[in-house]
Design a protein around this ligand. Structure first.
Ligand SMILES: Cc1cc2nc3c(=O)[nH]c(=O)nc-3n(C[C@H](O)[C@H](O)[C@H](O)COP(=O)(O)OP(=O)(O)OC[C@H]3O[C@@H](n4cnc5c(N)ncnc54)[C@H](O)[C@@H]3O)c2cc1C
Length: 374
């Protein structure tokens, strides 16, 4: 299918920009990334380059620094970035807390935080899960007691991705034990440099340090850093999770598949499996494009479906990459790209977590069943 002229011209403009502005060392780091969470040494410089061009937050409304692009333009941009090997931008700030700030934030909160997210000055982490509170998130216990114009926080958060790099955390805390557990939660924005806050590393199966446990010992957070009303943090969190789970999975996966097609040689079985994945990705892409116009409960439903489909496709593709890299090793790596050999296994191991984080896929299937079957 040929692309309409205006989109073809847009694609050419994006390609030219990437050719001129994506530094080769960042493209190399992007191609060798073994996680969807790029290291800040790569994501922040790329964020700054994009922001200087006016393309730093393509999904934001224009008034806050967005591009005003159509959904197809955003799709093309994501696909071209993935094809060129651009590092992923960290989602916690741009994709997760920013839309929540726009919806629930006071004018002061928006004016302070949004430009600093766009510029890359603020690097965010997500403090939702606790030891004992993952899928059953509403059972969370981290206590926030009011003391004048501050909350005093005691407890711990766990599995906090990139907390060791972050200078800000958005977190769910318990401000009341009355009534339903969901009714006593508030949403706070926490400066990671606050005294009493400690970050301990958790090393993953792949030997990587992405995760942490964060401890709070009488950490004082200004009441002015609360987003939304006291005890209404559950609504804020549900709004945020739609942005975390939904979005664009297909462009990056298509780029990964295209690389594997070149690596698989003429093995008919592998080529057939790659073709099957391509068909699955085409269906995923169609669903992602359809989800763009959804709102409210429909948009939450799409987000769950896309999370399940996107992460499971990614794991199948990671498995294929390992098999192809294994065959390459068997054939003494004749003509195989060093990127594939270096990254296939760490990517596979890291990617096992994708069906767990952002709410496990079992939980997403429960949510889908409830939304569809009632
Ligand atoms: C790599 C990684 C990064 C993460 N990053 C962050 C982060 O930055 N911030 C953050 O707050 N959290 C983060 N998490 C935590 C993540 O959100 C939780 O791991 C997830 O919600 C699951 O919770 P749990 O680990 O406590 O497992 P549990 O809730 O104990 O679940 C264990 C198993 O039981 C299944 N299960 C549980 N309840 C049900 C049910 N009702 N029906 C069917 N099956 C069920 C689950 O699907 C899972 O397979 C991260 C996790 C990982 C692995």
């Amino acid at each position: 299918m040929t692309e309409p002229d205006d989109l073809a011209a847009f694609r050419a403009e994006v390609r030219e920009f990437l050719r001129d502005s994506l530094p080769p060392e960042l493209a190399r780091a992007g191609r060798r990334a073994t996680s969807v969470f790029s290291h800040p040494d790569h994501s922040i410089p790329w964020q700054k380059i994009l922001t200087a061009k006016g393309w730093g937050a393509i999904d934001w409304p224009v008034e806050y620094g967005g591009t005003g692009w159509t959904p197809m333009q955003k799709y093309i941009f994501s696909a071209e970035c993935a094809r060129a090997g651009a590092p992923n931008l960290l989602p916690q700030g741009l994709k997760m807390v920013a839309p929540v700030l726009m919806h629930y934030g006071t004018d002061e909160q928006k004016a302070y935080f949004l430009p600093r997210i766009l510029s890359g000055e603020h690097y965010w982490c997500q403090g939702f899960s606790e030891p004992g509170s993952g899928s059953d998130l509403a059972s969370l216990k981290l206590k926030a007691e009011r003391d004048g114009d501050h909350y005093v926080l005691n407890g711990s958060k766990i599995w906090t991705t990139h907390a060791h790099f972050a200078n800000w955390m958005f977190a769910l805390v318990r401000t009341s034990s009355e009534g339903k557990p969901q009714a006593g939660i508030s949403f706070l924005l926490i400066d990671m440099a606050t005294p009493g806050l400690k970050v301990d590393p958790i090393i993953s199966l792949a030997g990587e340090h992405e995760l942490n446990q964060v401890f709070f010992d009488n950490v004082r957070v200004p009441v002015a850093n609360r987003l939304g009303e006291e005890n209404d943090g559950w609504s804020v969190a549900k709004y945020l999770l739609t942005f975390e789970r939904g979005g664009r999975y297909a462009p990056g996966l298509f780029a990964q598949l295209a690389k594997l097609e070149g690596e698989a040689g003429d093995d008919p079985v592998l080529q057939e499996r790659l073709r099957r994945e391509k068909v699955t990705l085409e269906a995923l892409e169609a669903l992602e494009l359809k989800s763009i116009n959804a709102s409210g409960a429909k948009s939450a439903l799409y987000a769950s479906v896309l999370k399940v489909q996107g992460t499971e496709a990614a794991q199948r593709i990671d498995t294929l990459a390992c098999e192809i890299a294994g065959l390459a090793g068997w054939a003494e790596a004749d003509g195989q790209s060093p990127d594939l050999l270096a990254t296939a296994l760490p990517r596979y191991l890291n990617g096992r977590a994708a069906t767990i984080y952002a709410g496990s896929n079992e939980i997403q299937r429960d949510l889908i069943a409830r939304a569809v079957l009632g």
